[in-house]
Design a protein around this ligand. Structure first.
Ligand code: S3P
Length: 434
């Protein structure tokens, strides 16, 4: 994909449905009793992987574009799949389904692409084994063979890694345990699973103390189908927020964006560092807050410290690549630390960002747990996506304010979260091609 510099971007759009919420909508409505209709289901390839796996497990699913209808089978009504369950590139599919399949009375094999096979799975294998499932893996990596058990043994878990995927895996397994399953989360992570469990009528206890946030679910909880509407994906919005902020004269309005407080750190950070973002038209849809975002081009000078670190990183982990691109346009740049988890995402995102920003002639330094970006005049370059959707999209945005042409090699992977990304970008530039 070739990207030419842009003067500005302008327009009003509604971005596709949130990927995290769509995965959960599909999985939880499959575990519910009754039929659920889901509107604005994500167009992402990852969420299509989740639907394919659920179908292979005997769930009846009808899809018409972004409308999806799911006939729930209840918590234990799945059938053993005749084939391996292919999670593609999707860590969320593999980790959340591990929790569901651990509690079924049959065996399942979860497989994934080359990137997914490199990602750490011990974080879900260990808690599922503690609850009585037997799991075989290749040194804690996919393929995962799950010998399910029903009921599972209820247990209390402490999350060693701040991860909504591990939290969700445990909560889903807890629905099929013989008592109360609890987990203590020291650093809060996205809470879509908790909100959706409640939306579907399951009781979830929440206690806060000095050790963190403790969530408890009972194996007697049941889910009752209830229609859902998925807000637009804030992580996809982040690319356009940065593009508009960094191009003076821009003005875009993104409607219906999911503004769950566990996901909005990216907006706080962009505003703290001088982006002009206005939030309006706030409302609640299916237990999730949504609003419109208006962004005007130009970055104000601020006195903000240029250090981004600590627990907040867990709440903007997917947006760090685009924040690093944004940082090249800031007076004092930015230093990002405590972000070692980025090394085990769809690619090693620290080294991918560093390598690509270096190719664009940016002032950049790599740390084991992050990076430092200085203010830079970016130059168009040949960029590697490393097969990682967020790297491809972040550097397409960088190409808008670089001098000369930028080529993104392997740009197709944007489809993992946002198949129409390049068309949407082109439409905001007032062109038909990127
Ligand atoms: C996700 C949680 C995050 C995020 C991923 C989606 C989810 O991963 O990076 O893209 O839907 O639960 P971790 O919770 O493992 O950090």
């Amino acid at each position: 994909m070739l990207i030419q510099p842009a003067k500005h971007i302008r327009g009003m759009i509604e971005l596709p449905g949130d990927k995290s919420i769509s995965h959960r909508a599909a999985i939880l409505s499959a575990m519910a009793n009754g039929e659920t209709s889901i509107r604005n289901f994500a167009t992402s390839a990852d969420c299509a992987s989740t639907l394919m796996c659920l179908k292979a497990l005997g769930v009846e699913i009808m899809r018409d574009g972004t409308d999806v209808m799911i006939k729930g089978v209840g918590k234990t009504g799945f059938f053993k799949s005749e084939t391996n369950l292919d999670c593609g590139n999707s860590g969320t599919t593999m980790r959340l389904l591990s929790g569901v399949l651990a509690g079924q009375d049959f065996d399942s094999v979860l497989i994934g692409d080359e990137s997914l096979q490199k990602r750490p799975m011990k974080r879900v294998i260990e808690p599922m084994q503690r609850m009585g499932a037997q799991i075989e893996a290749l040194e804690n990596h996919a393929p995962l063979t799950i010998h399910g058990k029903n009921p599972l043994v209820s247990a209390e878990h402490e999350l060693k890694v701040a991860s909504a995927q591990i939290k969700s895996c445990i909560l889903l397994a807890g629905l099929n345990a013989d008592g109360e399953t609890s987990l203590i989360e020291k650093t809060p992570t996205r809470d879509h699973t908790e909100r959706m469990l409640r939306w579907l009528g399951a009781e979830l206890r929440e206690d806060h103390d000095e050790s963190g946030n403790k969530l408890t679910i009972s194996g007697t909880a049941t889910l009752t189908a209830k229609d859902m509407n998925v807000p637009a994906d804030i992580s996809s919005a982040a690319f356009f927020l940065v593009a508009a902020a960094c191009l003076p004269g821009s003005e875009i309005v993104l409607s219906n964006v999911g503004l769950n407080p566990s996901r909005t750190a990216v907006i706080d950070v962009l505003m703290r560092f001088g982006a002009d973002i206005v939030i309006s038209d706030q409302k609640q849809i299916c237990n999730e807050p949504v609003a419109s975002l208006t962004v005007k081009g130009g970055i104000r000078r601020t006195n903000s410290s240029n250090l981004l670190h600590g627990p907040v990183i867990a709440n903007l982990i997917d947006e760090i690549p685009i924040i690093a691109v944004f940082a090249t346009q800031l007076e004092n740049g930015m230093e990002i630390r405590d972000a070692a988890e980025l090394r085990v995402k769809e690619s090693d995102r620290i080294s991918a960002v560093v390598e690509n920003l270096r190719r664009m002639d940016a002032d950049i330094e790599e740390f084991p747990d992050g990076l430092r970006v200085g203010r830079s005049e970016l130059k168009g370059a040949v960029i590697q996506s490393f097969g990682d959707h967020r790297i491809a999209m972040a550097f397409a945005v960088a190409g808008l304010f670089a001098s000369g042409e930028t080529e993104i090699v392997g740009a197709d992977c944007a489809a993992v979260s946002f198949p129409a990304f390049f068309e949407t970008l082109a439409s905001l530039r007032g062109e038909t091609g990127a």
